[in-house]
Design a protein around this ligand. Sequence first.
Ligand code: ZN
Length: 275
Amino acid sequence: MRRPRVWPAVAGMAVGGVALAGTRTATGRPVRSAPTLAAAGLGMAAGGLMVYEWLSPRSWLYGPVFWHARTAERVISLTFDDGPCHPYTGQLLEILDQEGVRATFFQVGNNVVREPNLAAEVASEHVVGNHTFTHPHLTWSWPSTIRDELERGQHAIHDATGTLPAIFRVPHGWYGPQTISVAQEVGLRCMGWSVMAWDWNRPPEQTIQHRIMRGVAPGGVTLLHDGQDTDAYPKADRSHTIAAVPPIIRQLKESGYRFLTLPELMQLDAQAQPT
Ligand SMILES: [Zn+2]
């Protein structure tokens, strides 16, 4: 189902509110009169919302971004970005295999081209999503640039794994309305997350574990990294993240959680709240 577009109405409020306040002031009415202040306040609030939503990893104003399931059930989705990356992705696959957990990997096309066998190994057990080809900031990019990044990512993943992703996560977390609409045109659903650990800064494994466990909730989506920006290889170091994963899984299991891939979590969300 296609949602009605809300953002033009919000944009109208932003422009209209500020314009009305400006016109009232220009025609000699006092700036501090209640209607002028109300119009300016409404305009600025609507403008602020537009900027916030432009940058938010959980954006809803410009299009749907799935970042959690509406459920009280203790289910969670583990997601890993920026791979595949030797040796970390392989180590992670072993851990997940031992624990019997399926996860979702947002792979960078460039890294897939460098490690096609590793990418295929991931796809044989887990769900693979598109994370662009070169991992750029897309927040202010032209739609043609975004389309190119997404399509090259799709081709790279398809060539290596034989599967074509249906989900996409924007690099660096900020979508922008044009990114969401281009992704939809390419046939990709945009994905966010509900809890992350800032693990790209390589905090100690206990810190990563603590940050994830503090933020988990039923229907949540965790974000960790098994790789790094494409040009960082071979200097990428994800050893702290990999070391944090087994205790995170163990603790979640002890708390009664079971693990779903992102498409499974979306399905659960759709069943819980039919629209
Ligand atoms: Zn990334």
